[in-house]
Write a protein of this length. Structure first.
Lengths: 138, 306
């Protein structure tokens, strides 16, 4: 399967197979006007299978969201058809406005201006908790 | 700016310092009667409370300070839609320290992030109530003379009881602590507290539904109220509220120096006949709460340079 290479934009590569749609939703890519390709189950020598997302626009993406979904994913910045930067995000310590706290008793449920912030409390279990009410991220 | 939002904000050494200050206040009240002269405590209570608010206010008055009070959310700008952040910034212009109770979890944390004066969490929903834990710790220290090598039974609502979670968290930092969890199955201690606090700190614990069977081994019995406001369903509340009632008969097998504690208010979970037993410590706990709040106000104001 061929998807055209992009001139200016972002390629999120090495997403573990099956996590591409989750990242697509978390990054709210559905609301972009530009071309966005999500390619599932691409053959990979390193990973066996992987997902790739290509965004054909020079936009800012929430890197924490990428690290949350897959800390091994790589973000490639493309300018004028050339790769100008490549980075692995890793596991973020803090997630800001990536997830919403689901606890109806949390202060974020009634104060709309507050950022939804989650802190990594157990790296091995990849567990995040709301910094306000300590509810576990789901 | 140093605030107190969670009991874990205080180190073990700081807790000892607060306990020592509180003991000194008890022994030498006159020494502290002018310590906060000219200082103002703002009590922002967005949820009904009698004892905690009065305790904070009494604490500040006994330190020679003054109190500005908002007694309910409906009589403040919060009713007009003002944010916690704006309330905290505004009150910082009037007072030297804030004590805040709020029904939403994390509200005092938001206040502390925005205030320019220290904020004390006086209870945020079912989340934290660190000054109750301070009262509990002073009671344990004055009754037992130590924080280590104690078997502590928690009885009643261990699921929603924030005071239970906080005290378990505080006591798990000491050695030789054993925890006995006594509750109906529906109100068991949440698994995250067992995993993140008890197991993580290597604290041995047992769980039972039978208070009588564990009574002889307890050094401390911490009773709790099955709180109506924590239930979504009235039927569940009515079915469970009388599960564990402590009376003189049940105390027959208890140690002679058992320390019976309760964060109050009680409904009927401790028979009034127990009040006259020397092992009943729950009203001393109320008084200890005031002394620990005095010690805390002094510490936070001093650290803030006010």
């Amino acid at each position: 399967m061929n998807v055209d290479s992009i001139q200016n934009g972002i390629v999120i590569d090495h997403i573990s197979a099956g996590s591409g749609m989750k990242l697509y939703d978390l990054l709210d890519l559905d609301n972009l006007d530009c071309s966005v390709a999500i390619i599932k189950n691409v053959q990979s020598r390193k990973m066996g299978k992987k997902d790739i997302i290509k965004i054909d626009a020079d936009i800012e993406v929430n890197l924490d969201a990428i690290g949350y979904v897959d800390p091994e994913a790589t973000v490639n910045i493309i300018k004028d058809g050339e790769l100008v930067a490549k980075k692995v995000i890793g596991t973020p310590e803090i997630l800001t406005n990536v997830l919403k706290c689901k606890n109806p008793r949390c202060i974020t449920s009634c104060e709309q201006e507050l950022d939804h912030i989650f802190k990594l409390t157990d790296k091995s279990a990849k567990m995040y908790r709301c910094i306000y009410c300590e509810t576990k991220a789901k | 700016m140093r605030s107190l939002i969670d009991i874990r904000d205080l180190t073990v050494d700081e807790l000892y310092d607060l306990v020592n200050t509180a003991c000194d206040i008890i022994d030498n009240p006159a020494k502290y009667s002018e310590s906060c002269r000219g200082k103002k405590l703002a009590t922002l209570f967005f949820e009904p409370s009698t004892r905690t608010r009065l305790s904070f206010e009494a604490a500040m008055y006994e330190l020679g300070g003054n109190v500005l009070s908002v007694s309910s959310g409906s009589s403040s700008s919060a009713a007009k839609g003002e944010s916690i952040a704006d309330t905290a910034k505004t009150v910082s212009c009037y007072a030297d320290i804030i004590a805040m109770r709020h029904p939403k979890e994390g509200a005092p944390f938001v206040a502390a992030q925005n205030a320019t004066i220290p904020v004390i969490n006086a209870g945020d929903g079912g989340h934290n109530h660190p000054t109750q834990t301070l009262a509990d710790l002073l009671t344990i220290y004055r009754e037992k003379g130590r924080f280590d090598n104690l078997t502590i039974g928690f009885c009643g609502d261990l699921k929603f009881g924030r005071t239970v979670h906080s005290l378990i968290s505080a006591m798990s930092r000491y050695t030789g602590i054993k925890i006995v969890l006594i509750s109906p199955l529906e109100l068991k201690l949440p698994s995250y507290v067992k995993k993140d606090v008890l197991k993580k700190n290597g604290i041995p614990y047992t769980q039972t539904t039978d208070l009588l069977s564990v009574m002889p081994e307890l050094d401390i019995l911490y009773m709790t109220r099955v709180q109506r406001e924590r239930f979504f369903n009235e039927e569940d509340y009515l079915r469970l509220k009388d599960s564990y009632i402590l009376d003189m008969k049940k105390l027959e097998t208890a140690k002679k120096d058992l320390c019976i504690m309760h964060p109050l208010p009680r409904v009927n979970e401790i028979s009034v006949a127990v009040d006259d037993d020397p092992r009943a410590c729950y009203f001393k706990q109320v008084l200890n709460g005031k002394y620990m709040r005095m010690a805390l106000i002094l510490k936070l104001l001093e650290e803030a340079g006010r």
